[in-house]
Design a protein around this ligand. Structure first.
Ligand SMILES: Cc1cc2nc3c(=O)[nH]c(=O)nc-3n(C[C@H](O)[C@H](O)[C@H](O)COP(=O)(O)OP(=O)(O)OC[C@H]3O[C@@H](n4cnc5c(N)ncnc54)[C@H](O)[C@@H]3O)c2cc1C
Length: 425
């Protein structure tokens, strides 16, 4: 089977790419191992809602048209939104077609699926950034008597045995799950490492609105000092809910969640925590205030101060005078450790030498170091918003432009060599 381009993955990013390819009449197929929006169907907890408002899901030629632009989609609504997009753009998706291998053969790629092998000139990896949970090595030392679970396996509090929970990681997933578990009656201890604190609303507007208009989300990958670092930054401490609550560490302390430092080790029944909690929180407060300063400056420059609320600052993160450096898990009644320590992509099926020693793709803004191979949907791929639904449109357009030029150049080279061919006979 021959196709010009194969897109692997039918999440929003693969579909955005499909739309841009179709707009340039580039023949392609989208191969998806499950259903459209498979990750949202199978890897998210029941109560999860998007932390980006409804308006912030502008895909190529498709966006939110309902009556609640500032609301936050539930999981069924998110799945429906992405499935409607696939339908609206008539994306050529083949569902239940897992790609088991991609290899380079001559100047083509061979893409293997259980149905057979397809050859193509270009491949777009749109398989997501969150395929596998990133679980720290210390997990090995957790006593077998304690249940462990990752955020992608977590569905709701009823899944967990009765008793306390140690949630490790205080970014979007960790703080949201800690909030839900504590409210369900399970005492939660939250191990806090580096995190990014932001309020849900500021000066009467959603923080995502501010980040959008100020231009934070459009910052390009060539504009930052340390690209490797920004690509590995934790997600914002943010949640979507009807009451637009801020779920930061102060809000969690207020409902009884106990804060401890980053989980540094486990020895027998004892969990050992880093002494950096105070510094981590001070740094997160400082960075939040820098963002708010930037917003205030922008609002003044634009002359909109009288149309939004007055500038103000939030309380510094509160914590115990001397947060514990170790806890006896059994004595504290902790029955579960929940890893909310991030995710990583899975490229076990990619047999092209384009991974660095840490298993990350070597790419320049999504253009991988192999001709005709592209990736979309990774953190800060081309801009700060790249891993968000709202970030796919610009990235897909630019990558499609690059891909189209690549195909044109190849076509021209092939035509030239076929005209020369008779001379060689
Ligand atoms: C818990 C969580 C909450 C998030 N909340 C938000 C939010 O509020 N707003 C926001 O904008 N973003 C959010 N994101 C980030 C991002 O939008 C999602 O991760 C999104 O799912 C990424 O879209 P994608 O298309 O890049 O990847 P995915 O949605 O993961 O799609 C990749 C697709 O590729 C398929 N696939 C993978 N491997 C193969 C293979 N070998 N063969 C065939 N198919 C394959 C998968 O089945 C999947 O359907 C969140 C992420 C997580 C993890």
């Amino acid at each position: 089977m021959k196709t010009t381009t194969i897109v692997i993955g039918a999440g929003h990013a693969g579909l955005a790419m499909s739309r841009c390819l179709a707009n340039r009449s580039i023949d392609h197929v989208v191969l998806e191992r499950g259903e459209v929006a498979h990750s949202w169907r199978t890897e998210r907890w029941d109560s999860l809602r998007l932390l980006t408002p409804n308006w912030q899901s502008r895909l190529p030629d498709f966006g939110y048209e309902g009556g609640d632009p500032d609301g936050f989609r539930t999981m069924p609504e998110t799945i429906d939104f992405i499935a409607r997009y696939a339908h609206a753009i008539s994306a050529p998706v083949r569902t239940h077609t897992a790609v088991t291998s991609v290899t380079r053969s001559g100047d083509c790629y061979e893409v293997q699926t259980p149905e057979g092998t397809r050859r193509c000139r270009a491949v777009v990896l749109a398989t997501g950034a969150c395929n596998l949970p990133h679980v720290p090595a210390v997990a090995e030392a957790v006593p077998r008597t304690i249940e462990t679970m990752t955020a992608s396996r977590y569905r709701n509090p009823d899944q967990l045995p009765p008793g306390g929970v140690l949630v490790v990681g205080a970014s979007a997933s960790g703080t949201q799950i800690a909030d839900e578990l504590q409210r369900s009656g399970r005492p939660v201890t939250l191990a806090v490492g580096e995190h990014v604190r932001v309020p849900r609303t500021y000066r009467g507007r959603d923080i995502k609105w501010w980040m959008d208009v100020v231009g934070v989300l459009d910052e390009g990958y060539g504009e930052v000092d340390n690209l490797e670092r920004v690509r590995s930054l934790p997600s914002l401490q943010l949640a979507g809910s009807d009451d637009r609550r801020t779920i930061d560490l102060n809000a969690l302390s207020d409902i009884g969640v106990r804060l401890v430092g980053r989980l540094a080790g486990v020895s027998g029944d004892r969990a050992l925590f880093s002494g950096s909690l105070r510094n981590q929180c001070a740094l997160a407060d400082l960075k939040m205030n820098r963002l708010l300063d930037r917003i205030d400056t922008w609002a003044s420059e634009q002359g909109i101060d009288d149309r939004v609320g007055p500038p103000h600052r939030f309380d510094a993160t509160r914590m115990e005078e001397s947060p514990p450096l170790q806890l006896n898990l059994a004595a504290e009644g902790i029955r579960t450790v929940l890893w909310a320590t991030g995710f990583r992509p899975d490229y076990s099926w990619l047999h092209v030498p384009v991974l660095d020693r840490k298993g990350r793709l070597r790419h320049d803004g999504g253009v991988i170091e192999a001709p005709g191979l592209y990736v979309i949907g990774l953190p800060f791929l081309r801009r700060r918003k790249s891993s968000l639904i709202d970030g796919a449109a610009d990235d897909a357009r630019e990558l499609t432009t690059h891909l189209a030029r690549y195909l044109d150049r190849r076509g021209a080279a092939e035509r030239a060599s076929s005209q020369e061919a008779p001379l060689n006979v």
